[in-house]
Design a protein around this ligand. Structure first.
Ligand code: S3P
Length: 692
């Protein structure tokens, strides 16, 4: 890589992780999986397997921890006591159904709203023909359904669509049930299951057939050897950053390390090459039966050309069509994607979602039954994009939004967790790196406006607005890690730490003691004045003083204060009263200000604005741990519900609602430990510090 370059890693492959969990659970003995994806999809599959009696260790830890699966043999899972909820995961539910068909037990499979719309007949048809008994519980052809497995016979299946999920479900049922199976698909789909089964001692025969591709497991062995493998980075996740590199033209300065380049997955590469963005695969190697390499995008960012892709190419890039369509929006000419009807039954109807959103931001699109025509433009693209609860729609537009000349907001950024926890954080990092090298200025056509980049704006306000005190504003939802991160960052940088929550708690306590909290709406500025709230700085740490006396931490955290603070902090006189006090904290070399309106109201000119968020379940887990309680599934659900209610209340209040400032960097901390959170914030601060 050239000097000044950046090397990044994307999370583990979703398809391979899902298969490793299920096949590991069918093996004889302990499987060890390194680099497994901790996205919401595999976590849901892990929970379903645990409910089936399979012990899985390490899946709730960071991606650097090995996942151990105590495989209990081909047919010894136990009937679960409740419904198996696969949430958003099509791969999880379909592959698990295949494995369950061979198990002599009864299970009910269900999913979220999006998964409950997706077609299941494509797997239940062949599994029924193998002898599994399947009953749809609400509507034919969609989740939920009950499956009673065991006593299978072999089949030959002629698939109408190229689908690795269908193929894998049948292979897993055949291997689990000890019966031979054969699947013909019209075009070759991804072959991770075949490779992993071979590694576990199963003979898999495959090759081109008269029409399409044939895969056969003639005689499954009585047991599967456990897996020992390293999961490569997900090509489908890497594709977003390849596209970003192609759009901004950062040549071979951005390198994506250790990405899976299995040829049944990399169909996007030839299409990118035709658009003028050649991707080079460096250091090609093989890991655990899969090809792996480091990827760099060639080219100097000169205009991309329109591209045409047809049905033969779609199976090899089925998950990359959203990002391809987004690239087409910035290419010269009209791009045409056809033969992609399968996209209508993914996490959303992706063809409709792409057409709607592209039009919304100003791109001309025509939508067909099986594809799209997209007319490229170099006009500014702005607007709010609806993710339709689909991670790849959110990420595709997130990438476009992170390029000069675009101002795009995604309605539901958290949806990216399904396959790419930390996506926004990584995108923020990459973008900050690129802009810190003086890039990121839009090169528009004649007469077009020149938008400034976020980092340029941040740098300008860091230098101009704060009289030498660098303000870092950290806002975010309850339990997202604000306090811990803010304290750690302040400690590292030698900045003051403003805990604005402590001020609101002190006011609440003072009003409660004065018997005023019950009639909060009548509180006057004079009542607040009488409390005489002040901040006492001891080096960089703050304590709150009230009526001349230091308020102990325990008093601020008392349950009666906790239950009233939300109502008190929604009052206009209270917010007004504390505003100047908070602003006065910006003194000395720097201030880390933490709260809910730091970047929007109190310090709108902060040098760095960060908005922390995490999955409600993870936030609930942290809250319960903080209180020293035990985090069982029921407690977590209950607490998550409480947190969601509170978020809703805080975001909908008319005064200083909890909201991400338009120029704040979103940091999703779901899969980050406190140290990683601190490091991410410090990187952002460093990137805007004016050079000496
Ligand atoms: C997958 C197969 C593809 C793909 C999905 C993952 C898999 O679905 O879209 O994201 O892991 O087998 P289909 O098999 O339905 O095409």
């Amino acid at each position: 890589m050239r000097s000044g370059g950046l090397s990044i890693r994307v999370p583990g492959d979703k398809s391979i992780t899902q298969r490793a969990l299920i096949l590991g659970a069918m093996a004889d003995g302990e499987s060890r999986i390194a680099g497994a994806l901790r996205g919401a999809d595999p976590l849901a599959t892990g929970r379903a397997l645990a409910a089936l009696g399979v012990e899985i260790d390490g899946l709730d830890a960071g991606e650097d921890q090995v996942v151990r699966i105590a495989g209990c043999g081909l047919r010894s899972w136990r009937s679960p006591s409740g419904t198996l909820d696969l949430e958003n995961s099509g791969t999880g539910v379909r592959l698990l159904a295949g494995a369950l068909a061979a198990q002599p037990l009864t299970a009910v499979l269900a999913g979220d709203e999006s998964l409950s719309r997706r077609p299941m007949g494509r797997i239940t048809g062949p599994l029924r023909r193998m002898g599994a008994s399947i009953r749809y519980l609400e509507r034919p052809g969609v989740l939920p359904f009950q499956i009673v497995g065991g006593g299978l016979n072999g089949i030959r299946h002629e698939g109408r669509v190229a689908s690795a999920q269908v193929k894998s479900a049948i292979l897993f049922a055949g291997v689990g049930g000890g019966v031979g199976v054969e699947v013909r698909e019209p075009r070759r789909s991804r072959d991770h299951s075949e490779r992993m089964l071979e590694g576990m001692g199963v003979e898999v025969v495959e090759g081109a057939a008269a029409e399409g591709w044939l895969v056969r497991v003639p005689e499954p062995p009585p047991r599967l050897s456990p897996l020992q493998m390293q999961v490569p980075g997900d090509f489908s996740s890497a594709a977003f950053f390849l596209a970003w590199a192609a759009l901004v033209g950062c040549g071979d300065l951005l390198q994506l390390e250790a990405v899976g380049v299995n040829p049944t997955r990399t169909g996007l590469l030839p299409a990118l090459a035709r658009m003028g963005a050649d991707v080079r695969v460096l250091g090609r190697r093989s890991e655990g039966g899969e090809a792996v390499g480091d990827l760099v995008v060639g080219g100097d960012g000169s205009a991309l050309h329109a591209v045409t892709v047809g049905e033969d190419e779609i199976p090899g890039m089925v998950d990359e069509v959203p990002i391809l369509a987004v690239l087409a929006a910035r290419a010269e000419g009209v791009s045409r994607i056809s033969g992609a009807g399968e996209l209508r039954v993914k996490e959303s109807d992706r063809l409709a979602a792409l057409a709607t959103n592209l039009r919304r931001i100003g791109v001309a699109v025509e939508e067909f039954d099986d594809g799209l025509e997209v007319e490229g433009t170099d006009a500014p693209l702005t607007g709010v994009v609806e993710s339709f609860h689909d991670h790849r729609i959110a990420m595709a537009f997130g990438i476009l939004g992170a390029t000069p000349g675009c101002n795009i907001r995604i309605d539901d950024p958290g949806t990216t967790d399904v396959s790419f926890p930390g996506f926004w954080d990584l995108l923020g990092r990459v973008r900050t790196w690129w802009e810190s090298m003086g890039h990121g200025t839009w090169r528009p056509g004649p007469g077009k406006r020149q938008p400034r980049s976020v980092a340029q704006d941040a740098r300008a306000s860091a230098v101009a607005g704060s009289a030498g005190c660098t303000v870092v504003a950290i806002d975010g939802s309850a339990g997202s890690g604000k306090s811990t991160t803010a304290a750690a960052v302040a400690g590292q940088l030698g900045y003051r730490h403003l805990d604005s929550g402590a001020l609101y708690r002190a006011v609440t306590l003072g009003l409660l003691d004065a018997d005023l909290a019950m009639a909060v709406e009548t509180v006057t500025p004079a009542d607040l004045e009488a409390l005489d709230i002040a901040i006492e700085w001891r080096d960089a740490a703050m304590a709150v003083r009230m009526r001349g006396v230091r308020v102990p931490e325990e008093a601020l955290r008392a349950a009666r204060v906790t239950s009233e603070v939300s109502a008190v902090s929604a009052l206009a006189p209270v917010r007004e009263h504390l505003l100047e006090l908070q602003r006065a904290a910006a003194d000395g070399p720097g201030l880390v200000a933490e709260g809910r309106d730091m970047g929007t109201v109190v310090f709108p000119d902060a040098a760095v604005k960060i908005y922390l968020d995490a999955h409600p379940r993870e936030r609930a887990r942290r809250r319960i741990r903080q209180r020293g309680g035990s985090a069982g599934a029921a407690e977590i659900e209950e607490e998550a519900r409480r947190l969601k209610d509170r978020d809703e209340r805080d975001s909908s209040r008319s005064l200083a609602p909890l909201a991400r400032a338009g120029d704040a960097v979103l940091l999703d901390t779901t899969h980050m430990d406190p140290r990683a959170q601190m490091e991410a914030v410090i990187r952002l601060v460093r990137s805007v510090e004016p050079s000496p």
